[in-house]
Design a protein around this ligand. Sequence first.
Ligand code: IVH
Length: 683
Amino acid sequence: MAKNPFFKDPKTKFKDADKLDKKDAEKQIDQLAEAINHHDYLYYVKNKPAISDRKYDLLYKRLEELEDHYPDLRPEDSPTKRVGAEPVDKLKKVDHTSPMLSLNSALEDDKIKDFIDYVKRHSDKKSIDYVLEPKFDGFSVEVVYEKGEFKYGSTRGNGVTGEDISENLKTIRAIPLRLRKENNPPDFIAVRGEVLMPKDGFQDLNKERIEKGDEPFANPRNAAAGIMRQLDPQKVADKPLDIYFYTIMEMRDGELSKHWKVFKKLPQWGFKTNETNKKCSSFKEISEYHEDILQKRDDLNYDIDGVVIKVNDYNVREELGVRENSPRWAIAWKFPPKKKVTTLVDIVVQVGKSGMLTPVALLEPVDVGGVTVSRASLHNEEMVKEKDVRPGDEVRIQRAGDVIPEVVERVGDHQKKTKKFSMPDKCPSCGTRVEKEGAYYFCPAGLQCRAQLVGRLAHYASREAMNIENLGEKIARHLVETEMVSDLADLYQLSQKDLKKLPGFAEKSSKQLYEDIQESKKAKFDRFLYALGIRHVGRHMAGVLANHFENPDDLRRAGRQDLEKINEVGDEIASSVTHFFQDKKNQKILERLLKSGIEIESTGTRKKTLEGNTFVFTGELKDYTREEAREEVELRGGRATSGVSSKTDFVVVGENPGSKLDDAKKKETEIIDENKFKKLLQS
Ligand code: IVH
């Protein structure tokens, strides 16, 4: 394909898919697929996008539209195939093309000097070149390409056999689905790289998990590993993941004799490599690189834990060989871990916003890698028991993956006569009997538990919930601590005078906040549901529930079975929702909330008037875009598809209809105009 019209600032006004003949559609699909792969490469691999996000989205949508229309024309490596694969029951085993070796590692520079000497002694070359790379702290994978196309990818596993995670890998945009033809990629290539979760993405993901009541990941590596081994690729697709490639494990046709050439070739074929990789030939240079990267470490958006030093020349590598799974031609020079020993003063149990109980270590403050640490997470009861740390003990702590400090281990014996830790039976904040779910404990008191109230209040007021601007965590804490608010409903009892008492609040600001609170009384049901902070009910689930129920009362009356009948609602969600609504105290708070003048506007049409009906649209409608028309149908339980088939019930015809109208006539499907469609929606 010589000139692709979608490469540089593409035109995004398209002919109606109906009006394109199949040949033109095929050409456009191929060009779009090629262009999107190209833009993914520029954006995710080269970090140099050539078009705006908006234009990219338009190209993507157009490709989806055409593929929807002509499913048989969908290319094998279409970018739309990155997502959408079905979940599997189990990950399949696959053998690696060659064993995935490990690295010897060292902390001290003397050991690195020994390594350099060893290499020198065992080679007859006068001078040896090395390639220096960051040692990524992520999840190691192998990816195989045949004839330039992504074939499969796997985890490291035991080094010989790994697990097939192809569908999960494909969702990572920095992984090419097709290698760049213009640079003659090899006929067969197996590459190895490290999947990483960027630090900022990790923070956002954990925030989201905590909001949903899920356990946060301990560090980006655990997050990447956990997510890559998911059984459902859909749950990988929306996660922030990146990759750096660092080795060719096997390549047929074409040969490379130096590692540095690998780093010249890989990017040309579309693989992302790290920009700090460097070639050098002395210990001095190695040491400078190590120092330099250590300095930069905190500013990088991904975790690294050292530098990998590899002999450049493959002939020299051959001479040196491999010992016990680790090559003698490479070594990892690790960074000193950010660990310190300090005294464990006490173990307290903290209650999170969603009611989760977490044991927290209170420590004698200590500096760990430039940060003063006085608290560290102990994750859960099992972990405390396993490490058997008790107040008075000396403990080693570390900033795991550079993020949340954690207790690694006890150093020496117990110092005091203290008992082994166990979780309290009752919530330390409100005294309600706690409940256990797997390894975790929860306080089920929800809205009545004070410890949960600050977070819940801030959540209630947040933009995606009731959108009360200026009511953030700080104000929420103040309101709770001064007992101006003892439950959510109290918020609506506050007068402007009360609000003036808040620190830093004057006439104007208190008036504004008062008005914002009053305004929040008009609430859409899905937002209100989300605002209540019910465990497992995030924004999406709130939308699903609001689609099926009209108001809180409706939902309260629903039994578990009714809830479980809903497509996306599993038993965990059903149980959490019924628990919430059946709780007498929650009922009281809800009642008071509604009495304070909250008007709930239903968001779903709950009556599934179009259930079982399938619609196809052709031509332009006056009052709806395609998307809106589809939404209206789906809200009422119907389906909208792109092609007329024996399953189609109605074909809705607008201005300038396309070939679907002929299809409908041939198949004798019921044809309706926009007016009739509107009536159906209202029925
Ligand atoms: S090369 C023999 N290069 O470190 C060569 N590995 O202990 C083996 N790793 O599981 C791999 N960054 O996940 C290589 N730049 C890098 C690396 C790297 C991180 C990981 C890799 C492997 C472990 C080896």
